[in-house]
Design a protein around this ligand. Structure first.
Ligand code: AMP
Length: 543
């Protein structure tokens, strides 16, 4: 039709082009294993173009999956732009997963190239014989560091050599905005991890909406410390939204402890940061002993990934004079869905009344439609009392998993079931009351209770096992394993732990094992986790 607007595709490459041309001098700072590294949006763009050419020269084609096993750094950011910019798919792999899951994910994604941080060399050399599609491995380091690493991983390429081997004469290709840009796997309670495939269009719309004041409130005046790993739901989209807003971006690398985080926040003059509750708790613990490390310019803290406790929000706001914004979302939602920035009317409330509302996960941002439904799919009222399954719909929400794994995941109206159970109040503030499934959230990562239970069953004396999450001051939740032994057989805690060590990642190991004479079941014969959680609600794990 005549008179309509221009039809320009929404592509990831437009973000880095914009950031480089308008905010070119704005810094991008990374903590690497050997110290602080300084770059800028202009340099990130130049190197992303060199890298794009190097990837093409290595044979990477549009649609190919390129995997990273890496912490947050300028190199990871360059990969975000180079890989998606040429129409390939950036697959950010979570290195905290157990080796068998990593192998499954990399093979399932059919990654052709794997780029890794040096600290993952031992892990990758162990995985290598099982990786059926990866043709080349690249160390995110220079030649000097890569040479000795070839003893562990023969044929290893150096990232810096690849970048240096190309000039920056490159024009980003233009293609359909519905092309896949990146891939993240999410681990549920049952079955294998499933891939969520983001498009260029969904990525840009999510970045645009999440810059809004009630969500991330990003702008060229902000300096962001991105604590959320770039392998966890695209680092909440910040590698994209920070470029769109022209914000200074700071990456903590692998050092997520309180001391390192405070040092970066203070040293780089960060004005906002985002992460799971565990990192904020770590920061407060450090500041208790080292008040001199207080970040002086930090004004806002975004917390999500698991529920931010009232006490955490209260402490951060009073001790650091900052504003805390509670966010909620999930990998399938790109990931941000809601934010709890206070509306004007809260100003008339006492701080206690405000806290009651700040612990809620917030209101949906534009672009996300949300409803709560009962067991029969009937919509429930927004009265702050009725709770039901949260369903969402929108242009940055998954409509199926990669390779259609798990079948249809949206209902006939296009709504996706989040698996979270919540209330919504009359102002639209949503509050999570439970996880429909029983996954244990430890430091922002998931531990599958079912996998742990199955691992425990490998001990011949175990009749039945149940794992529930117990509140933990640092990690939010840690697993408690309850084991019922077969009549006449015995097992010790250490024996059971030994069996589990063979089967699961170290950080999945339960903090405590209790032997019980009986486990409660529901009418349909399933373990009654609800009952167990009630019984052990006040249980204190050993420290
Ligand atoms: P992931 O896909 O790993 O990011 O996990 C998403 C899940 O984390 C959600 O479905 C929620 O169960 C949980 N989650 C995320 N943010 C919050 C929050 N602010 N409060 C409570 N749970 C959250």
């Amino acid at each position: 039709m005549f008179g309509l607007m221009q039809d320009r595709p929404l592509l990831v490459s437009s973000l880095i082009e914009y950031a480089a041309s308008i905010h070119g001098d704005t810094e991008v700072v990374s903590r690497l294993a050997d110290g602080i590294h300084r770059s800028s949006w202009r340099t990130i763009h130049t190197r992303a173009k060199q890298l794009a050419k190097a990837l093409l020269a290595l044979g990477v084609k549009p649609g190919d999956r390129v995997a990273t096993l890496a912490w947050n750094s300028h190199r990871h950011l360059e990969l975000y732009y180079a890989v998606s910019g040429i129409g390939a798919v950036l697959h950010t792999v979570n290195p905290r997963l157990f080796p068998e899951q990593l192998t499954y994910i990399i093979n399932h994604a059919e990654d052709s190239l794997l780029l890794l941080d040096a600290m993952f060399l031992p892990l990758v050399s162990k995985l290598r014989p099982h990786l059926s599609t990866v043709k080349q491995f690249v160390l995110l380091a220079d030649e000097a560091a890569t040479t000795p690493a070839r003893e562990q991983l023969p044929g290893l390429l150096s990232y810096e050599t690849l970048v240096a081997g190309q000039d920056a004469e490159f024009v980003w290709p233009v293609f359909d905005e519905n092309t896949a840009a990146s891939l993240c796997y999410t681990s549920g309670t049952t079955g294998n991890p499933k891939g969520v495939l983001y498009s260029h269009r969904s990525t840009l719309l999510h970045a645009l909406a999440s810059c809004m004041k009630d969500i991330l409130a990003l702008s060229s005046r902000e300096c962001v410390l991105l604590i959320v790993p770039m392998f966890h739901a695209n680092g909440w989209g910040v590698p994209y939204s920070a470029a769109m807003a022209g914000a200074k971006l700071v990456f903590p690398g692998a050092a997520l402890d309180g001391a390192s985080v405070c040092e970066l926040l203070r040293g780089e003059g960060c004005t906002l940061s985002m992460g799971v509750p565990t990192v904020w708790l770590g920061m407060l613990a450090h500041l208790e002993k080292h008040p001199e490390a207080r970040p002086t310019q930090l004004r806002r803290g975004l917390i999500g990934g698991s529920a931010a406790a009232r006490s955490l929000i209260a402490r951060l706001e009073s001790e650091l004079s900052m504003e805390v914004i509670h966010l909620w979302g999930m990998t399938e939602m790109s990931p941000v869905g809601t934010g709890a920035l206070r509306p004007r009317r809260w100003e008339a409330m006492t701080s206690d009344q405000q806290l009651d509302l700040k612990v809620k996960q917030g209101r949906v941002m534009w672009g996300v439609e949300m409803k709560i439904v009962d067991d029969n799919g009937r919509e429930l009222p927004h009265d702050g009392k009725a709770f039901g399954l949260v369903k969402v719909r929108g242009p940055w929400i998954a409509k199926s998993y990669f390779k259609a794994e798990g079948g249809t995941i949206i209902d006939e109206d296009g709504f996706f079931s989040t698996g979270d159970v919540a209330t919504i109040d009359s102002e639209g503030f949503m509050q999570i009351t439970d996880r429909a499934k029983d996954v244990i959230k430890s430091g922002g990562e998931w531990i599958s209770s079912i996998d742990l239970e199955n691992a425990a069953l490998a001990h011949p004396a175990v009749q039945e096992a149940a794992v529930i999450g117990i509140a933990h001051p640092t990690w939010q939740e840690r697993p408690l394993l309850l084991a019922q032994l077969k009549p006449g057989l015995t097992a010790t805690r250490d024996e059971l732990m030994e069996v589990l060590t063979q089967k699961v990642a170290k950080w999945w190991l339960p903090d405590e094992i209790l032997f019980v004479s009986e486990l409660p079941h529901t009418a349909t014969g399933k373990l009654n986790k609800l009952k167990l959680r009630e019984l052990y609600r006040d249980h204190k794990l050993p420290t």
